[in-house]
Design a protein around this ligand. Structure first.
Ligand code: SF4
Length: 581
């Protein structure tokens, strides 16, 4: 019998609403859900492939235990109970012998829940979770918290008068959410500036295209800031009352004349000036975040600072059509992912053992704690607190080194969730050596990746349509409903972690039996259950702009820190300085 069931695609961040078309017992087609508030019926090629992903013959469908040598490909099918019992017993023994820090973790980019992993690790007592974060949006996330106390994911693009696509190509990478918003803004007459080495689809349609030399974006940002200051294009009232470090910033950027920036970036000086004037003259203006900046190497963290500073001094923070990141209305009442992470459970002594935090303190516990302390001074529900999984990680290279060398201490076990560290982390050979050296390697996966092939135990992961999710942003919460009963013995990551946790004595911290129970708990403060939220798709909070006038920003000074006190305390440049790539 044919039927259509609502579900969601979690193959990338927007969590588009989809319709699963059944032919008999099987899903035969996926289409976009026209009533879904996020994608309004649009769906990309990846989303369309959900049916293939669901029924792919190479999917892992049962728990497997290694019976041959590591990587030999010989497996025995066992039950979930047996697999969890054995893994828990081995983890317990390793913890007794080497301490909780002997367990490490690697993850990918949020195709699973992530907070459940942090919850498990915090309660287990290991600070050594790491993943692809350092080459994704996470440096921007932590940096924007240090600058103004939150990450801007909710630029109000449709109402903006100028959109700057800086290292971003949303017609290809974000076709269902950001790209339609840009088209909408353009229809309303918004200017479009594209900064990209490639003549992208967006660049072809832009008012101005700045073909920048890769890796030199920070120099252009500093040049923009110089012109904004020199020509008094900044928001004087905002800068005077709500920022720190303006004088030092002005001094630092003085050297970045259009001619010098042109030499560095390859962009003609006139175009540099024309573009920044266009941006500054057309407020509200937005620079939506783009991974082209976040991933560009040694300037990436300071690029995130540069972008944040430009947004702030031009007065574009927290205004309609600008860069908005405070929590909207009821959204601030929902128990969020930081709440679920149970960061308070991590013992102080264990935090200090986080691998790599001595070299990269900003992106580990030291930086995260400073950002959290600044956020904690704000009224509850105004700004989201920093999530640990986004901004508090062990350094992946140092984790691999510790596995291989046993220095500064032995790391004997690891869990990998929906991630292929041999490909996703730097230095494949080193990761391979590390995976070989582990005494216990546990992988939760969809397919038998090269990394999974090195495991002692492999657990079958449920696809997003086989489970449910609550998706939170600063402006809205969307229910992502399960559309298919999990096939074979696939389960979601919550079931995996809870199953392991109760066997390791963490039961009181995991009172919710199912993922839907968790989300009922999260939604309780706004008087909804997950089922009710699903029926109405989601909740959109009522936006209140410029609350910083009452409450300030979530930084140590309570102002936008053009000169970052957190960076300074942790030994990084408090004002961005350009380095040749
Ligand atoms: S943009 Fe495509 S891959 Fe991403 S959630 Fe939507 S349909 Fe899925």
């Amino acid at each position: 019998m044919s039927k259509v069931v609502r579900s969601y695609c979690g193959l990338c961040h927007p969590r588009c609403g989809i319709l699963l078309h059944y032919g008999g017992d099987k899903v035969v087609k996926v289409t976009g859900d026209p009533d879904h508030p996020i994608n309004r019926g649009n769906i990309c090629e990846r989303g369309r492939l959900m049916v293939d992903h669901l029924y792919h013959p190479d999917r892992i469908n049962y728990p497997l235990k290694r019976v041959g040598k590591k990587g030999e490909g010989k497996w025995e099918r066992i039950s979930w109970d047996q697999a969890l019992d054995e893994v828990a017993e081995k983890l317990s023994a390793l913890k007794d012998e080497y301490g909780a820090e002997t367990l490490a973790f690697t993850h990918g980019t949020k195709r699973t829940y992530h907070w459940d992993c942090r919850r498990f690790f915090n309660i287990f007592g290991s600070p050594n979770t790491c993943g692809v974060n350092t080459i994704c949006m996470c440096p921007s996330y932590a940096t924007e918290f240090a600058t103004y106390g939150g990450m801007i994911m909710g630029s109000e693009v449709p109402a903006s008068k100028c959109v700057v696509m800086w290292g971003s190509n949303p017609s290809q990478s974000n076709p269902n959410l950001l790209y339609p918003m840009i088209l909408h803004a353009r229809k309303n007459g918004a200017k479009l500036i594209v900064i990209d080495p490639r003549k992208t689809n967006e660049a072809k349609k832009a008012d101005l295209w700045l073909q920048i030399r890769p890796g030199t974006d920070l120099a252009l940002m500093l040049g923009w800031i110089r012109t904004i200051i020199k020509e008094e294009l900044y928001d004087k009232e905002f800068v005077e009352n709500y920022t720190t470090g303006f004088e030092e910033l002005a001094e630092e950027v003085e050297q970045y004349t259009p001619e010098k920036v042109s030499e560095i970036t390859g962009i003609p000086p006139q175009l540099i000036e024309e573009s920044v004037r266009m941006y500054a003259a057309n407020s509200p203006a937005v620079i939506p975040f783009g991974l082209g900046l976040d991933k560009q190497g040694k300037n990436s963290t300071q690029c995130a600072r540069g972008r944040a500073i430009i947004r702030a001094i031009t007065g574009n923070l927290e205004i309609p059509g600008g860069e908005v990141f405070s929590l909207a209305g009821d959204i601030g009442k929902i128990r969020d992912w930081t709440y679920l992470e149970a960061n308070e459970a991590m013992p102080e002594a264990q935090k200090k053992k986080q691998l790599g935090a001595d070299q990269y303190p900003f992106f580990g516990f030291p930086g995260w704690e400073k950002n959290s302390a600044a956020n904690a001074k704000l009224p509850e529900g105004y700004m989201s607190p920093p999530e640990s999984w986004h901004s508090n990680l062990a350094h992946a290279r140092e984790v691999m080194n510790a596995i291989i060398t046993e220095k500064p201490y032995p790391v004997k076990a690891a869990i990998t969730l929906a991630n292929n560290p041999m490909v996703a982390l730097p230095d494949t050979q080193k990761v391979f050596e590390a995976l070989k050296a582990l005494e216990l390697y546990v992988v939760v996966e969809y397919y038998m990746t090269p990394s999974a092939a090195m495991a002692d135990y492999v657990f079958p992961a449920a696809s997003t349509v086989e489970t449910s999710e609550l998706w939170l942003t600063s402006g809205f919460a969307v229910a992502c409903p399960q559309g298919v009963e999990p096939l074979y013995e696939r389960r979601n990551s919550y079931d995996f972690y809870r199953g392991l946790a109760v066997r390791l004595g963490q039961e009181k911290y995991w009172p919710w039996e199912t993922i839907e129970d968790v989300y009922d708990h999260c939604l309780e403060p706004i008087g909804l259950t997950f089922k009710q939220l699903t029926e109405q798709y989601g909740v959109f909070g009522q936006k209140e702009y410029q609350r910083y006038k009452k409450y300030g920003f979530g930084t140590p000074s309570g102002k936008v820190e053009l000169k970052s006190s957190i960076f300074e305390e942790l030994g990084a440049d408090p004002i961005p300085k350009y380095k040749e790539p």
